[in-house]
Design a protein around this ligand. Structure first.
Ligand code: ZN
Length: 343
């Protein structure tokens, strides 16, 4: 097969993802500790028997604006290290070689994932997506790894904060966060099976977008017809199921099987779904995939570049970390003040 090989149908099969997944919590191996929050009283939420500590950094970030960098290269007696500091009130600088932050503290990682998910929802809102309640961004909890966070049901995407995300358990039960309107079952049915099947992922993103949904109705994979397309043509999948309302876990399991190891799954007659090692990465890839779908819809007679050329573009521009970098670009433009998601 040429460009676009590796498409999996509803009957299974695995896309040709690069398989660079790291296990859950893999982003937690080399952090250097946080610089904020010492001495702050931690808030604690207790719902359903699960005690959830709100790390002091959250309250510190609410109160202060600090000037040190989010991610800096420092030199110690042991050489150069990435000095990590959990910062929730500002964005890190974006450089060509910027890499996602890593943390050893799982509560910090939990906060970071919730922060990225909340900002991701606000990016979707700024794109005017999710206005009829469609779609979800999920964040795997790094401590309760078979649980995930999702925006509380009934809450506008543009109102997302780290405090109005609901923690959902493996049986679909609400564990923490706003539950007065119940759990978002569509999110549970789609996202939980994917996160369960993909331990390399910490997040999935899905909503019904103007071009992603339009292109999905063609029931066809992306081709290498634009720069961003090259991020996906070797790393995509197509779900051929007709269950446009995914109303049980079995439906999500079928999507997960079709998705394989790919970074984007085109759900026929439904829309796009992306996965990421962080919510930021999933959102970055999602917006890029929507751009790709737009080109496909607007240029129906487009001629793809060669497979060889597409591979060169992919290798040069679309490493996995680029999903997170695109998220940073989007966030700075569409959610200029990240402290708005701190509640
Ligand atoms: Zn949907």
């Amino acid at each position: 097969m040429g460009v676009g090989a590796g498409i999996a149908g509803a009957d299974g099969g695995v896309g040709e993802g690069d398989g660079t997944g790291v296990d859950v919590g893999a982003g937690v191996t080399s952090g250097m500790g946080a610089e904020v929050g010492e001495g702050e009283a931690a808030g604690v939420g207790v719902i359903g028997g699960a005690e959830l500590s709100l790390h002091p950094a959250a309250s510190a970030a609410r109160k202060t604006r600090q000037t040190s960098s989010f991610l800096a290269i420092t030199r110690s007696a042991y050489g150069y290290h990435r000095q990590m500091a959990l910062r929730l009130d500002r964005y890190p600088g974006v450089t060509y070689d910027a890499v996602p932050p890593e943390f050893t503290d799982l509560e910090e990682l939990r906060l970071l994932r919730k922060w990225e998910a909340a900002i991701g929802y606000r990016i979707f809102a700024a794109m005017r997506w999710g206005q009829i309640g469609d779609g979800h961004i999920t964040a795997r909890d790094p401590i309760l790894t078979d649980h995930f966070w999702v925006l509380g049901y009934g809450i506008r995407f543009g109102d997302a904060t780290i405090d109005n995300l609901t923690l959902v358990g493996p049986e679909g039960q609400g564990v923490a966060g706003p539950l007065e309107n119940g759990v978002n079952f569509a999110a549970y049915h789609i996202h939980w099976p994917i996160l369960n099947a993909r331990p390399d992922l910490a997040s999935a993103a899905h909503t019904h977008t103007p071009y992603g949904t339009s292109w999905s109705a063609n029931v066809a994979p992306f081709q290498a017809i634009s720069q961003e397309s090259c991020a996906f043509v070797f790393d995509q999948s197509l779900y051929n199921g007709e269950n446009l309302e995914v109303d049980d876990v079995a439906g999500g399991e079928a999507i997960a099987q079709a998705m394989g190891n790919s970074r984007v799954c085109i759900l026929r007659n439904h829309g796009l779904l992306t996965g990421g090692r962080s919510p930021g990465e999933a959102v970055g890839w999602f917006v890029a995939a929507e751009r790709v779908a737009e080109v496909h819809v607007k240029a129906p007679d487009a001629k793809p570049i060669s497979e060889e050329a597409a591979k060169e573009v992919e290798a040069s521009l679309f490493s996995m970390d680029n999903g997170w970098r695109m998220f940073q670009w989007l966030a700075r433009d569409l959610v200029p003040d990240p402290s708005v998601v701190l509640g």
